[in-house]
Design a protein around this ligand. Sequence first.
Ligand code: NAD
Length: 498
Amino acid sequence: MREISHKLAFVHDAHPTRYSDVFDPNNGGVQARVALGDAALLDLAVAAAKKAQPGWAAVNPQRRARVMFNFKSLVEANMNELAHLLSSEHGKVIADSKGDIQRGLEVIEFCCGIPHVLKGEFTQGAGPGIDVYSFRQPIGIGAGITPFNFPAMIPLWMSGVAIATGNAFILKPSERDPSVPVRLAELFLEAGLPEGILQVVQGDKEMVDAILDHPDIKGVSFVGSSDIAHYVYNRGVVAGKRVQAMGGAKNHGIVMPDADLDQVVNDLSGAAFGSAGERCMALPVVVPVGEKTAIALREKLIPAIEALRVGVSTDAEAHYGPVVTAAHKQKIENWIQTGVDEGAELVVDGRGFTLQGHEEGFFVGPTLFDHVTTDMSAYKEEIFGPVLQMVRADSFEEAVSLPSKHQYGNGVALFTRNGHAAREFAARVDVGMVGINVPIPVPVAYHTFGGWKRSAFGDTNQHGMEGVKFWTKVKTVTQRWPDGGASADSAFVIPTMG
Ligand code: NAD
């Protein structure tokens, strides 16, 4: 059986003792196995990173940026191969895999401008003969722990900024689709990145714990489900690291009575069902405001959902492919049953969906619930599948309060033609990323990505200037160059610039 391993800066021939299966979501069954690393392996990777990092930090930022330019070109040249590899393990359709890679590359484009970003601040004459300047230095060695659903974009969010700012970076990707991160690390080497600056260690909880406890790893960036994000945040902080830990989501799309319903149905179809709903910025909850809106929306939604084409990842006509594993398929179908048991109206049932010729594939048909209420656990929890839940609201106020009161606060969207309502909504809703007539408001790379409440633990976001802040520490120098005369200042009083 094909074996997927780590990408390390040294030869490691110790035989792995543990493996995890990598499935073929289109056909079911196991297609490869990935070696799971342990604390001893991590020690070696950290030692290699420690050796390489000072030299990389000393490379001037323009040269570091050149590696980013080269890497971007190499990824573009290998886009097809990467997208097919990604789809074969994740299950998303090829066009969507290309989007996954492209969104990661946009962070690399941001990193191409790192010399500008790292220029620092300077105050001439802050006091008599005194200048003050501040600049950012890398934290040293950083680590990233990433989820299965964006195996290119999320590793690039973290590794791009960490590396461009002069750190060494160790990536622990999801064991469910571990191949693309390894290919990306190979392409970074080809782009001119020195050995030891980016390494990939494969693993599960054992490796995550080793990362969190390792004294030489100074910062950990995590993206995954909320309970694990919370655990990672707590354990990492107790170990003295800076930690940012992004968690799960349950994003709402609010539909005002004046919205263009055809556009909404089109946007919702993609945002709720694209990538089989396995996106933290998917829109699994739709909230029509007022009875008339609900009736009209439902009427248009049902045929649109029934017309969705579920297919294998390589089917260019398919709207979405299989989910990642049989276990995840089962979990989604269990949630559908829970929704039924809790009293929601199951309008379109995606359970039991099979694709001819791919009967063992992990497919779930598109599912629509209506009359979902806020006390239902199927509403409160993240399902992470192709399931859209309609929660009816009587007023704008009620609609704003729904995402605001939800335990998750990643993304939200409002569909309206009313500028005042949009402005009020954006100001008042208790959610980190807001779309106005934009169903998936993932911010561009030079802004910053992060949710609120149980969607993120820690106080810095991913990429943009927040990412730069996370992966660097600021140093401030106050300097005076003596003119040869003796200083008359008393050394015993706190210095002021007065
Ligand atoms: P997951 O939490 O199962 O896994 C994420 C990472 O944690 C993986 O690398 C995994 O190996 C590791 N891990 C798993 N169990 C662990 C444990 N017990 N202890 C320590 N580490 C453990 O998440 P997933 O299923 O791979 O990804 C889907 C989740 O990620 C969803 O909840 C989704 O909303 C979330 N997500 C959030 C964002 C965001 O930015 N907020 C983005 C993408 C995905």
